[in-house]
Design a protein around this ligand. Structure first.
Ligand SMILES: Cc1cc2nc3c(=O)[nH]c(=O)nc-3n(C[C@H](O)[C@H](O)[C@H](O)COP(=O)(O)OP(=O)(O)OC[C@H]3O[C@@H](n4cnc5c(N)ncnc54)[C@H](O)[C@@H]3O)c2cc1C
Length: 393
């Protein structure tokens, strides 16, 4: 039986919304969760290739992009990775560190999905429900395709706009605008980049690199594709990229090709360049380097200094100027959203409308690849869920 009056109504049954429900229920609040799709946590289910990379051992505000990079600090202090991992242990949910601190479910993301659904089972849920209007008088009045509901507190947890096949919407931004709350325009992030002249001969080749834009850099794999560049390093740097900016790539990070050539010359020296490069790159990649630089495949001893210099610059200072990204269809997240200046960093309540909260990807916080987005969704949901103002209904 669905009532009309609640302590809290949450719009959006994703990572942040369900965590908010679980958190509010711990305080014995009555909670209604509305979603316009037919099931909860659909992004969490497919996340991390079906294993949900839900957090990272290297957790800090440096891993989040926002117009206000400090905003996320309070949430990361209030909701700790170690506490959540202890909670996973308590519920026998197995996880492991894949690489670079990334924590994945050992079995399937459904372990986390089931955990969250269990924690929020005392909420009332309405799926396939469209919100027609949301207004505030003494309390919030919500008109939906399944009836009228009210509550003194409303959390908007409708996520970002990437991956449209999952039925995403711009709901959070529209509601914000109705209440005079500023919104930063969305754009795709954690997304492959397109090149004017992609290196199609290398499509499918991946390589460990250092990739940077200005002072921001990552060490991870890049993947050459038919349209441009992808792979974790590219997805990570894409959040810092805007049109017109170059992406710098060190194709052999932490090593110096000049030094390696000199060492080889002083030991054997008779080895031609191509087999020498194969010590560090695949055959295909070594061939490509020679083609691109037009350096001769001579014995290292015979390589002129100028050609070594050319190789050095090509390998360590490779640079591309993408012409665009691959768009929302395959972007893992969208960056932008509710301007964090409009929110309390301690509670996620809006400064302008008491009792109205925004959480998760809907707000202008975009995490790096590596478990940071689900983590922020969880953290903001947990905090907003327990920060409800007194029931005035
Ligand atoms: C393929 C893929 C893989 C990913 N893998 C990872 C990963 O491994 N680790 C990681 O940290 N992040 C990952 N992400 C990102 C992560 O899933 C999201 O950042 C996170 O789920 C955001 O949580 P949220 O609660 O803000 O939004 P969502 O989880 O998107 O939930 C929003 C909810 O709101 C509902 N909704 C939308 N509009 C309306 C409306 N108008 N009315 C009612 N309900 C509405 C939606 O149906 C949905 O249930 C991945 C994303 C994708 C697309």
């Amino acid at each position: 039986m669905i009532d009309n009056k609640y302590d809290l109504i949450i719009i959006g049954a994703g990572a942040s919304g369900i965590m908010a429900a679980a958190s509010a229920l711990k305080d014995n609040k009555t909670v209604l969760v509305l979603d316009n799709q037919d099931a909860p946590l659909r992004k969490v289910k497919i996340s991390g290739g079906g294993r949900c990379n839900f957090t990272n051992l290297d957790m800090s505000a440096d891993h989040y992009v926002s117009e206000n990079p400090h905003f996320v600090k309070s949430a990361l202090t209030q909701f700790k990775v170690s506490d959540f991992l202890a909670e996973m242990d308590k519920h026998n949910i197995e996880y492991y560190e894949k690489k670079l601190g990334q924590i994945f479910c050992k079995n399937k993301s459904s372990d986390i999905v089931n955990y969250l659904l269990d924690q929020s089972k005392d909420a009332n849920f309405l799926f396939n429900t469209d919100v027609i209007s949301l207004q505030k008088s003494d309390v919030f009045e919500i008109e939906t395709s399944k009836g009228h509901f009210n509550a003194p507190n409303v959390i908007i947890a409708t996520g970002g706009i990437s991956y449209p096949m999952l039925g995403v919407s711009n709901f959070a931004a529209e509601i914000a605008k109705n209440f005079g709350i500023n919104v930063i325009d969305f754009s795709p992030a954690l997304v492959p980049l397109r090149l004017q002249n992609p290196y199609t001969e290398l499509a499918g080749t991946s390589l460990f690199c250092k990739i940077s834009i200005g002072k921001k850099f990552f060490y991870d794999d890049i993947l050459f594709t038919h349209k441009g560049l992808s792979g974790p390093a590219i997805l990570k740097i894409s959040s810092y990229w805007t049109k017109g900016i170059s992406v710098d790539i060190d194709l052999l990070p932490n090593q110096d090709i000049k030094q390696l050539i000199n060492q080889e010359k002083s030991s054997r020296g008779k080895i031609p360049l191509h087999p020498f490069l194969k010590n560090y790159f695949s055959t295909k990649f070594a061939t490509w380097i020679l083609n691109q630089t037009e350096v001769d495949n001579k014995n290292l001893q015979e390589l002129p200094k100028a050609q070594i210099e050319l190789l050095y610059n090509f390998i360590h200072y490779f640079s591309v100027k993408p012409v665009g990204d691959m768009g929302y269809d395959i972007a893992e997240i969208s960056k932008g959203g509710i301007d964090t200046k409009e929110l309390s960093s301690k509670t996620f309540e809006t400064n302008k409308v008491s009792g109205l909260y925004f959480i998760g990807e809907a707000i202008d916080i975009a995490g790096d690849l590596g478990g940071y987005n689900i983590w922020f969704a969880f953290a903001s949901g947990f905090i907003a869920g327990k920060c409800q103002t007194d029931n005035q209904s």
